[in-house]
Ligand binder design. Structure first.
Ligand SMILES: [Fe+2]
Ligand SMILES: [Fe+2]
Length: 185
């Protein structure tokens, strides 16, 4: 059994004092990459670990995507010029694709045909998305001189709220269509 499978999801909700929006989002990225790596190292027959890791990954991705879509991307849209705002639109579309893969886990169980493949494709898509955010969107935001610490506070507060909701609802939040996650701009 992987150690990462048993770490409570809420553990990553905290933000280091003084850190900004980009540091918070990058630390979310590192957390989800750890889950991808842990899944890749899981023994083929360890279905329990695979199930737990997939659920935690979907939860982390859902919460992360919601805070980006509700807070970061609108702020980025406002701050960036017409040309750079294209990167925000692409990010929304990539979130939408990830969301469709997350929804597949509603009906897939570990050991089912397609479970591992869906997780792998999801991880590749997310790694690509992370790469683009960190190499393009985040540096663009830093250059604009917006208040990233204030933005970080908003992201952290919303994340804490969503984590609480997630804990109360079990994993039901992940498929909650009333949330903005996955809606292209
Ligand atoms: Fe994103
Ligand atoms: Fe992100």
């Amino acid at each position: 059994m992987n150690e990462a499978a048993h770490k409570p999801v809420a553990a990553s909700a905290a933000r280091n004092p003084g850190s900004d929006a980009i540091e918070l989002l990058k630390s979310d990225h590192r957390a989800v990459e750890k889950l991808f790596d842990a899944f890749a190292k899981t023994r083929d027959d360890d279905l329990e670990a695979k199930g737990t890791l997939a659920q935690r990954t979907c939860e982390e991705l859902t919460v992360h995507s919601i805070i980006e879509e509700e807070i970061l991307y609108p702020a980025a849209h406002k701050a960036l010029g017409k040309h750079d705002a294209i990167d925000v639109n692409e990010a929304f579309v990539e979130h939408y694709l990830v969301k469709t893969l997350i929804e597949k886990f509603d009906s897939l169980k570990p050991g089912d045909k397609g479970f591992d493949a869906t997780f792998k494709v999801m991880s590749e898509l997310v790694r690509h998305h992370i790469e683009e955010e960190e190499s393009t969107l985040f540096p663009e935001l830093r250059q604009r001189g917006i208040d990233l610490v204030a933005l970080g506070d908003k992201l952290a507060a919303r994340k804490a709220e969503l984590m609480k909701k997630l804990e109360q609802a079990g994993s039901k939040l992940v498929g909650d269509r009333s949330l903005s996650f996955g809606r292209p701009a």
